[in-house]
Design a binder for this molecule. Sequence first.
Ligand code: SF4
Length: 437
Amino acid sequence: MTRRYWVETLGCPKNQVDSDKLVGTLAADGMVPATRVEDADLVVVNTCAFIEDARQESVDTVLSLDDLKRGDAELIVTGCMAERYGPELAEAMPEITRVAGFGVPVTLGTTRQAAIASSGSNGAVATVPKLDLLELPRPPATAPWAYVKVAEGCDRNCGFCAIPTFRGKQRSRTIDSILVEVEQLDVKEIVLVAQDLAAYGRDQGVGERSIIPLVNQVAERVDRVRLLYLYPSDLTDNLIDTICATGVPYFDLYLQHVSRPLMRRMRRWGSGEQFLDRIKAIRAREPEAAFRSNFIVGYPGETEADHDELLRFVEEAQVDWCGFFSYSKEEGTYAAELDEVVPPGLVSERLAELQELQDGITQQRRDNLIGSTIEVLVDEPGVGRSHREAPEIDGIVTIPDSVAVGTFIKVEVVNAEGPDLTATLLVSTTAGTVDGQ
Ligand code: SF4
């Protein structure tokens, strides 16, 4: 009897890649995907543990899938929550059949009892041989784009971040192994991801900037290469030129804040002036460049002046997309011991003010595209993305659903609503035919 699995993925694109590889191992074990949770023999939750909200979502998802699944089906918890809190999780949630930390085959993970029993030790819950998730094969892509994870872990120590404590030090893959995966995926757009993407290869001692040859070699193999998670100090002129040369001038800058004293307290490089200089330099080089960023609000010690400085920065930078997150106290981090905690009410106020400002900026930047011609990759019937939209996190371009998935087509933007655009097919003046059909 063929066993069926259901894999639920939470968290970031890097977790999505881990799930893809996990599915690859289950398929290699002869298992097939279930179309409903209720039909699965094995239900796997690939969890996120980055911040409190993510952990709560992970717990809620485990409980809701437990309600849905058959009584005799196994419920496996893997991913960051399993790696970071394995024994505690197993102890607290009798619903869980097995806990499987990173690289532990979910069919072999430690049973609850064993996990609880091992809670006295170093927290490692698994005693079975580990798989190297980074290098595992991927099943064929199901969309004309795919994430490719080029490294695991991080060598930085940002004050608020616990990721290095459970994902470990940076481990970069070789360019060859990445290119093999890119070719196997056979998609139009590759989205390169890592905790600290621009630092790719630094741990291999092969020279400071091996992200550049990597991008160039991937760009030789696919139509579009997009980079996510760029630490601002690594955004050199050469890397900017390399990104622009790919034809996807999309800059995902992880800035987190702009106030110089607060950045020091966050143990991060940079300031608002330096970030604005970079953004202006990129726009001078490529006026069509698109920007995304993320900011933490309410980091211990954030003053009203810091907040005002961030508001001014957001106003002046005019980035296309921006995420604002309230500071989450993470055990084991530098910031967890800091004083000057910002009251939750004030954090919410500041978040709302920033979000309202940014929503207006995003809307205006989308409105500015009305009447322009853009080229989109058709991701699914009726849905496309130009170079300005990363998959899953930015807006989309709604187009007629007659255009084949996986094709590039030029369209005219006729409307903008919030983050999303509506576009029509261009009618070629000469032949009177519709371009792209
Ligand atoms: S760069 Fe900073 S925020 Fe990002 S994973 Fe590394 S330590 Fe965490």
